[in-house]
Ligand binder design. Structure first.
Ligand code: TRP
Length: 332
C-alpha cells in the first residue's frame, strides 16, 4: 500500500515561481510515489480575503495553476476544502480536544497579539476567532484523510505539531482512530529569492509571476535588482540574486560557465537577464497555454473540482462516521 500525502494551498493571490519551484513541483513529484490528496484551502483564505469576486477568481487561478503545472486529476484527488462539509464538523469535534493555551502559542495568533501589546491595545484587539481557530481547521483538513505525510513550508511546522497534539488527545480519549501525520518540510522554498534578494513572497511584492504573458515576464525579470558593476568587472555569483534565480532554471553546465564568467568579468547583468527570461519563458510556455485555456473555460475547472470533491468525500465520510461513533453522538 502506498502512503498518503496531503497538502492544502490557500487561494490568496496569483501563484509565483517561488510557489511553483518550492511547493507545486515537489508536491507533483511526491504524487508519483504516494496516494496524493491536494486541495484548495478556500475557507482558510477567508481569514484574510474579504472580496467575493477576488476570492472566486483566486480559487480558479490556483486550480488552473495546479492543473497547468501537470496535476493529473485522475491520479491525484484534487478538491476544494469548502466542498467537504465533513471538514467543518470534524473542526468542531477537534476544537473540544484542543487546549486553548496550545492555540494561544500558535505563531500567527501570537504575532497578532504581540503587535497589540506593542501598540498598547487590548490583547485581542481586531483579532477574529477565525485566525485563532486556523490551526484546528487545518488539523481537520489533515486528520480527516488519515494521511501520513504533509508537504509544507517551514512556516507550517508548528501547525503540524498542533495537529499531532490534538490527534493524540483524541486517540487517548476515544481509541486509536486518527493517524498522526509527519511534516515533510520543503527546504527549497527558502532558496528561491525574489527580485530584491529576499525570499520570494507576495507580502514583499518581490515575486516573479508564473503564468503571465511573455511581455510581463520580461519586464519583471528586468527589474531584478543587481549591484552596479560594469560588464568587465569581476562579480560575486554567491551574493547575487540574479545568479541565484538563474540557477533554478539553467543546466549544471550553463551554471558552471556563467559562474566562471562572473568571476573573471565580461558578463553583463543585462545579458544574463535576457538569457534568464528566455529560460523561464520556455520553461513555462506549455503550462501557460493550458492555464489560459482553463481560465477562459472555467466550467472545466468546476467539473474537475466537483469530481475531486466526490472522491474526497468517499474517504471523509467513513472516517467521520467512526469518529461520531467513538464520541457517542452516533449509534455504534
Ligand atoms: N496553512 C497552510 C498554508 O498557509 C494551508 C493549509 C490549510 C494546509 N490546510 C492545510 C497545508 C492542510 C497542509 C495541510 O500554507
Amino acid at each position: 500500500m502506498k502512503k498518503i500525502a496531503l497538502t492544502g494551498i490557500k487561494p490568496t493571490g496569483a501563484p509565483h515561481i517561488g510557489n511553483f519551484l518550492g511547493a507545486i513541483q515537489p508536491a507533483l513529484e511526491l504524487a508519483k510515489t504516494h496516494d496524493a490528496l491536494y486541495f484548495i484551502a478556500d475557507y482558510h483564505a477567508l481569514t484574510s480575503v474579504r472580496d467575493k469576486v477576488l476570492l472566486r477568481e483566486q480559487i480558479y487561478s490556483l486550480a488552473a495553476t495546479w492543473l497547468a503545472a501537470g496535476l493529473d486529476p485522475d491520479k491525484v484527488t484534487f478538491y476544494r476544502q469548502s466542498d467537504i462539509p465533513e471538514v467543518f464538523e470534524l473542526t468542531w469535534i477537534l476544537s473540544c480536544m484542543a487546549p486553548k493555551g496550545l492555540l494561544n502559542r500558535a505563531h500567527a495568533y501570537k504575532a497578532a497579539t504581540d503587535v497589540n501589546t506593542e501598540a498598547g491595545h487590548d490583547l485581542d484587539h481586531g483579532i477574529d476567532c477565525g485566525l485563532f481557530y486556523y490551526p484546528i481547521l487545518m488539523a481537520a483538513d489533515i486528520l480527516l484523510f488519515s494521511c501520513h505525510v504533509v508537504p509544507v513550508g517551514q512556516d507550517q511546522k508548528q501547525h503540524l505539531e498542533i495537529t499531532r497534539d490534538i490527534a493524540q488527545t483524541f486517540n487517548q480519549t476515544f481509541g486509536k482512530i486518527l493517524t498522526l501525520p509527519e511534516p515533510l518540510i520543503q527546504e527549497e522554498v527558502k532558496t528561491v529569492p525574489g527580485i530584491d534578494g529576499r525570499k520570494m513572497s507576495k507580502s514583499y511584492k518581490n515575486e516573479i509571476p508564473l503564468y503571465t504573458t511573455s511581455k510581463k515576464l520580461k519586464k519583471r525579470i528586468n527589474q531584478i535588482v543587481t549591484d552596479s558593476k560594469d560588464v568587465n568587472d569581476p562579480k560575486d555569483p554567491d551574493n547575487c540574486n540574479l545568479f541565484a534565480i538563474y540557477c533554478q532554471f539553467a543546466t549544471a553546465e550553463a551554471i558552471a560557465k556563467t559562474r566562471a564568467r562572473y568571476l573573471t568579468g565580461g558578463l553583463g547583468y543585462g545579458e544574463l537577464k535576457g538569457e534568464l527570461f528566455h529560460l523561464v519563458d520556455t520553461f513555462l510556455s506549455a503550462g501557460r497555454a493550458r492555464y489560459d485555456e482553463l481560465m477562459t473555460d472555467k466550467n472545466q475547472i468546476d467539473i474537475i473540482l466537483a469530481e475531486g470533491a466526490e472522491k474526497a468525500r468517499s474517504i471523509a465520510k467513513p472516517l467521520l462516521e467512526k469518529v461520531r461513533k467513538a464520541i457517542g453522538v452516533q449509534k455504534p
